[in-house]
Design a binder for this molecule. Structure first.
Ligand code: XBP
Ligand code: MG
Length: 240
């Protein structure tokens, strides 16, 4: 039986709405240099570090698992927090310059869905400043009006692959998981949305192409032709 047309589409941000991880990686390295740390996360190392979601959590993971003999400062939590704040400042500066566009087809999907009365939401691990920076640059000052719920960063105790952020969004939408679909890019993201019971579609990128997407409803390399996504998702939307 054909599933009913979803009432909401819940978007992941990094890697899904926009190809952001290279900019995150550069911002991390700028923050390390600015704080006199000779750490350099090249693409190969960053690929491994992306196993942990959340920038603060990723810094801790790097120190614990990849950095031998680091002498932790007394206020280690404060050290990580400040380092991550510096990184976020560099990253949002890149966003403000319009350096990170939405991926092909994403704007079309948002506009088509809104025109058909399908609600949009965000469920991301990234910091709220980053969501605002990306979407203000791409959708304009009233970007928040596009979304019925915006779940990001530390508002939940456990980040992806835990389902917390998706459950938080479903609660705000007052919708059941079966009424929604999710759009993700990574294995951690897919595990989070599936654990929340949400039918999930994947769009891959250079960092996630080799991930295990078992359980995804469909996997796309990219969404420049939204009609393929609409057909797979049972979205009654006009072909692009
Ligand atoms: C991706 C993440 C984030 C970003 C870095 O989030 O895991 O941690 O890599 O952003 P998602 P922060 O795919 O859920 O959008 O440094 O702000 O965490
Ligand atoms: Mg992602």
């Amino acid at each position: 039986m054909k599933p009913e047309s979803p009432k909401a589409i819940i978007f992941d941000v990094d890697g899904t709405l926009a190809d952001t991880e290279e900019a995150h990686r550069l911002a991390f390295n700028q923050a390390f240099a600015e704080n006199g740390l000779d750490w350099n996360w090249d693409a190969a190392l960053y690929d491994k570090l992306l196993a942990v979601t959340g920038g603060k959590e990723r810094i801790r993971y790097f120190i614990a698992d990849f950095l031998k003999g680091f002498d932790k400062p007394a206020d280690f939590d404060g050290f990580v927090k400040r380092l991550h704040q510096t990184k976020t400042a560099h990253y949002t500066a890149m966003l403000a310059e319009g350096l990170i566009p939405l991926r092909p087809g994403i704007r079309q999907i948002m506009d088509d869905a809104r025109a058909a009365g399908i609600r949009l939401a965000i469920a991301t691990t990234t910091s709220p400043e980053n969501v605002a920076g990306l979407l203000e640059a791409e959708l304009g000052k009233n970007w928040e009006s596009y979304f019925a719920a915006i779940g990001c960063g530390d508002i939940v105790p456990h980040k992806k692959p835990a389902p917390d952020i998706y459950l938080w969004v479903l609660e705000r939408l007052l919708l059941k998981a079966a009424d929604c679909i999710a759009l993700e890019d990574s294995e951690n993201g897919l595990r989070a949305s599936l654990a929340a019971g949400i039918r999930t579609f994947i769009t891959t990128n250079r960092y996630t192409r080799g991930h295990d997407f078992t359980g995804a409803a469909a996997v796309f390399d990219e969404l420049s032709n939204p009609a393929n996504f609409y057909r797979a998702a049972g979205l009654a939307l006009p072909p692009a």
